[in-house]
Design a binder for this molecule. Structure first.
Ligand code: ADP
Ligand code: MG
Length: 387
């Protein structure tokens, strides 16, 4: 259930957000998109005259540490909403309880970093109860933290009516539609650095997809499994056997790029060249999928009804090796089917190419979206009411 299914009018509502924003050395927020993403839920609650109590973690503080205060978040939120956002000195305790009780309708109180208490990450029941005592309804809008069973993401949900916020709802709807009920042809694209990080994603997706396109650093472990020379490319030696097993069982579904961009060094001014898959020179690094692979992958993606993508096709942070990742993003932008992107670096790449708005959904949760793709039940989602 989500905030659309409940009546929050005039109620005190505890909203767990993901305000874990990047900051520079002075503490200034360098990218406020996570704060912006939380606005629709906050606004929807204000519109029904609720009192809004916001909570989040920031960084990984050990105990109360002013370096990780949510003060900059309170300030930015207040600017974006055009109204005062009070910052509580803590997230639990008598003073905070008083502030929560004194909160007027349409008032907003931001609790201080929940990770100032180790009880947050240990999901301490007493601490969760204290958080819950501040409000009458719990809303979880922090998809990026839904894979963690912490007090403010899971424990608290056992004490209050618990529903999803609008951001969380969008994540569940799109990832769910794409992965649980995909319209065929269903094409998945996997890349990124290591096979190890993606084993469970591969295992979960293979039975569902019509085609699995493999690029990125992980492709070389699959090439190695086929007995090909991969030069100095990234190798996940421990998972060659896994790659071989997967190739043997699903040869009909797995698509490897026909050509590769190789380079003596990973640098902006590198003398890169394109070679066939079976022609990687001994002293070269495979750093991107080649132009023919871009065309092949692009064709399959454009013709798909459902596309799920995780993992860049190459070292996209460097211009000479960004072509494959850009081509996949562009093909998805042109695809008429449902297009979903997951993974922190992949989302950053799509954003970098200016194509975020052209996708049906770009997940805001790096680790959480990966676990969703693994087919895992996320504790922060499981704790919410179902219809
Ligand atoms: P995500 O965060 O989207 O799940 P990953 O963290 O798995 O993605 O992978 C992203 C990283 O993979 C990027 O930093 C990129 O440079 C790297 N990568 C992609 N292709 C290669 C390659 N051929 N060799 C080495 N690293 C690669
Ligand atoms: Mg990553």
């Amino acid at each position: 259930m989500s905030i659309r299914d409940i009546d929050a009018s005039g109620k005190r509502v505890f909203v767990r957000c993901d305000f874990n924003v990047p900051q520079d050395e002075s503490g200034a927020i360098t990218d406020d998109s996570r704060i912006v993403a939380a606005l629709p839920t906050i606004q929807a609650l204000l519109d029904v005259d609720a009192s809004v109590i916001l909570a989040s973690h920031l960084g990984r503080p050990e105990g109360h540490d002013e370096k990780w205060t949510l003060k900059p978040v309170a300030q930015r939120l207040s600017e974006l909403l055009g109204q005062e956002v009070q910052l509580a000195p803590d997230c639990v305790g008598a003073e905070v309880e008083e502030m929560a009780t004194a909160l007027t309708q349409r008032g907003i109180l931001l609790l201080e970093n929940v990770r100032f208490h180790e009880e947050e990450t240990t999901n301490d029941p007493g601490f969760a109860q204290q958080l819950a005592s501040l409000a009458e309804i719990y809303v979880n809008d922090a998809f990026g933290s839904a894979h963690r069973a912490h007090a403010s993401t899971e424990g608290i949900a056992h004490h209050l009516p618990a529903v999803a916020g609008l951001l969380m709802l969008k994540e569940i709807e799109f990832l769910g539609k794409a992965l649980e009920n995909p319209k065929s042809p269903f094409v998945a694209i996997l890349g990124g650095a290591k096979v190890k990080d993606k084993i469970r994603v591969i295992e979960n997706l293979l039975p569902k997809v019509d085609a699995l396109l493999i690029g990125g650093g992980m492709m070389f472990t699959f090439l190695k499994a086929q007995g090909l020379e991969i030069g100095k490319s990234l190798l996940d030696a421990e998972n060659v056997a896994f790659a071989k097993k997967v190739l043997d069982a699903h040869l009909d579904k797995i698509v490897l790029p026909p050509d590769v961009v190789v380079t003596p060094v990973l640098a902006e001014d590198a003398h890169a060249k394109v070679v066939r898959l079976d022609q990687i020179p001994e002293d070269y690094i495979g750093a991107d999928i080649g132009p023919e692979a871009q065309l092949q992958f692009g064709e399959r993606i454009r013709a798909a009804s459902t596309v799920v993508w995780n993992g860049p096709m190459g070292v996209f942070e460097l211009k000479p090796f960004s072509g494959g990742t850009r081509a996949v993003a562009a093909a998805m932008a042109e695809c008429d089917g449902l297009t979903v992107v997951g993974g922190g670096d992949t989302a950053a790449a799509v954003e970098h190419f200016g194509l975020t708005d052209r996708m049906n959904h770009v997940s805001t949760g790096g680790g959480a979206s990966l676990e969703f793709m693994e087919g895992k039940v996320l504790p922060g989602i499981a704790a919410l009411e179902t219809k």
